[in-house]
Design a protein around this ligand. Structure first.
Ligand SMILES: [Zn+2]
Ligand SMILES: [Zn+2]
Length: 230
């Protein structure tokens, strides 16, 4: 598999200062894994065993469809369907529903090969973030200079920070504060833009400029759900 972002120094990943740094890392990983699944992974039977078992979420099936050729997509689907028929659904309907099989379907519905790989790598990268944060004032500055940390990753980062390879008690107060500020300040800004947008529908503001509030609905949807509206 081609070099992925886990091998890029963490400083370089934080340098662009463009949106939430963890979202940006997720996007880079996502692109890598989507291309991989419909590309090089086609030659790796072990990966197919895993994709057969886990399947993909709607977001990633759609991205694979856009990024890859039709045949690799159809081949992945063919063996995934075969695996569902042979291993997930019972061989035949018995006198009552097969609980084990229902459980398997539920697990399948909630799993995605790409999501799982991203998740794994992000946890891995966070360990490096924590270690860099505790090692260098320069990185702490870089961390504070991020435009924001999204709510989703606020929870993600702080949960990991409290974990085994997280932030030590010596740095916890500062790290918690820095992370909080990055999330809170952006929420306040988004809320202010949203209120401004709403106020523009008051007849007294007729003719005024929407300014940077004009795409606030799209920004809210993206911020709160991580997907741009279609
Ligand atoms: Zn994020
Ligand atoms: Zn997914």
């Amino acid at each position: 598999m081609k070099e992925n972002i886990c091998t890029i120094p963490i400083n370089d990943l934080f340098k662009p200062k463009n949106g939430c740094p963890i979202c940006r890392m997720e996007e880079m990983l996502e692109e890598t894994y989507v291309d991989f699944v419909v590309g090089d992974a086609m030659m790796e039977p072990n990966i197919r065993i895993e994709t057969n078992k886990k399947g993909f979420c709607h977001r990633h099936f759609t991205k694979m469809f856009k990024a890859g050729q039709k045949l690799p997509n159809a081949l992945i689907m063919e063996s995934h369907l075969k695996s569902i028929i042979e291993n997930t659904l019972p061989n035949k309907a018995g006198s009552k529903p097969d609980k084990k099989s229902l459980e398997k379907i539920k697990t399948l519905r909630e799993s995605c090969y790409v999501c799982d790989r991203i998740d794994h790598d992000i946890h891995h990268l966070l360990v490096t973030v924590f270690s860099e944060y505790q090692k260098s004032e320069q990185f702490r500055e870089l961390y504070r200079e991020q435009p924001f940390i999204c709510l989703n990753h606020y929870e993600y980062i702080l949960r990991d920070a409290m974990g085994k390879r997280g932030i030590s008690s010596k740095f916890m107060k500062q790290f918690n504060e820095d992370t909080y500020n990055l999330t809170k300040n952006y929420l306040l800004e988004l809320k202010e833009d949203t209120s401004y947008f709403c106020s523009m529908f008051d007849y007294r503001n007729r003719g005024k400029d929407f300014g940077k509030s004009k795409d606030v609905i799209e920004r809210n949807i993206e911020y709160l759900t991580k997907e741009l509206p279609e």
